[in-house]
Design a protein around this ligand. Sequence first.
Ligand code: HEC
Ligand code: HEC
Length: 423
Amino acid sequence: MKHGFMVTVLLMAVFGLTSCNKLDLGHFPWDHGSAPGKGELNLPPLDPQLVQQGKQVFRYWTFGDETFWTDKLQMNKVIESAVSPKTALSVGLKVDAAALPASVITAIEKGQVNLDDPQTTLLLIQANAVLGIKGEVSKNADGTLSLDRVGVTCALCHSTVDNSVAPGIGNRLDCWPNRDLNPGLIISLSPALSQSTKATYASWGPGMYDPRFNFDGKSNPVVIPPAYGLYGLPKAIFTGDGDVEHEPAGPVAYWNRYVSVTQMHGHGYFSDPRLPWTVDYRQNDDLVTSVLPALQAYEYSKSAPAAPANSYDIAAANRGRVVFMQKANCVSCHNGPLFTDVIYGGKLHPQSASVAIDKDYVKRSATKMWRVTPLRGIWQHPPYFHDGSAKTLADVVDRYNQVQNLRLTAKEKSDLTEYLKSL
Ligand code: HEC
Ligand code: HEC
């Protein structure tokens, strides 16, 4: 009797709990474990000292790439003679207000700084205030400044500012993609390049870069992605090339080595048995390998920024989540805590899985597959897809609706868009 009562209570508790879960979570199998935005990553804490070191590397370390940007491309001469602060801002370069004395900030705000004079740019570079640009500036006999050496850092493409002083001038936002930056146009200013190479670089446009052009000669640039929100992903970049199997320091470190050596031309080496070439720019030194763990730790310390308050309609977003999980079935790929199935055993998808306009980029990668892009913080960085072919999140929804024939109503589409804005 006593026993039977206990069993009944136990059964009631179990069933009670189950039906309660179902009610709360809306009967979706995904809500148990890999629901969008749900689930545990259980990642080890990052070493704060390593993170701090990585911040310095991210912002200021050139890996010795002055041998390329100065000795080969002669960008120091280009900047010195022709790049005024106005020009620099117009190609998307950003200025760190915290690196400037208060008197200079006030003068900028009052319009008293000559933003048409390349000499002012040199002053900014001397103060370490131009994001991603590291230079050595010296004074000539006549009092003018010279840019003797110049190199670039990771902050060039992967950081921006909050515009608190003026457009392009403010506090640093490390790991946010600089979608204003026109790296191709900047490189095209080098006198060391042929006319046709210059024309290709100049054609890419703001926020775009092709990290494979210098190997296969194809011009097929991709958007500069965020370097935040990546901790827990076993594979890095759109095509998932970066993994621990090909870089013991980690998936993001794989790609950091790739870019610092093969694109920035830092002193280091890169090789991957899946790719047909090896690059060795070591000059009796390796300025890359030893900083990779710190650099990666800094990137991992940056989570995706939360959507600003009042930037989306909460009720619509809640309805949109249901569309995401049911009718549109986005959850079949964008699931789990980071909205990507790559965390489950490093899953990648074939070429046809992308609804971007360009389909060819993937063929140039090591994997020839797509990683499902994590969606946290997407409100922050339009345009979308690797080729930037969707200008807004509403365009993303329209694209999926059309390509996957989802038959969403106008209301379902706008609800789904609000949900995407909330991630
Ligand atoms: C000239 C611009 C440029 C510079 C400089 C640059 N990157 Fe990138 N970065 C890109 C582009 C473009 C991609 C996308 C490549 C792809 O997915 O195929 C990318 C991808 C990444 C990713 C992958 C993000 C993800 O979703 O997995 C990380 C992390 C990253 N970069 C960090 C860095 C670091 C650290 C440095 C310095 C060593 C650096 N980048 C230098 C343009 C740049
Ligand atoms: C078959 C797997 C799959 C499904 C289903 C899927 N996606 Fe994706 N999603 C991807 C892949 C792969 C990418 C990267 C494509 C690219 O960049 O070319 C991506 C990219 C995105 C991006 C761009 C992110 C960025 O940072 O640029 C958004 C937004 C997105 N998906 C939302 C959705 C929504 C909304 C749905 C449902 C309507 C959906 N996805 C369904 C695989 C999928």
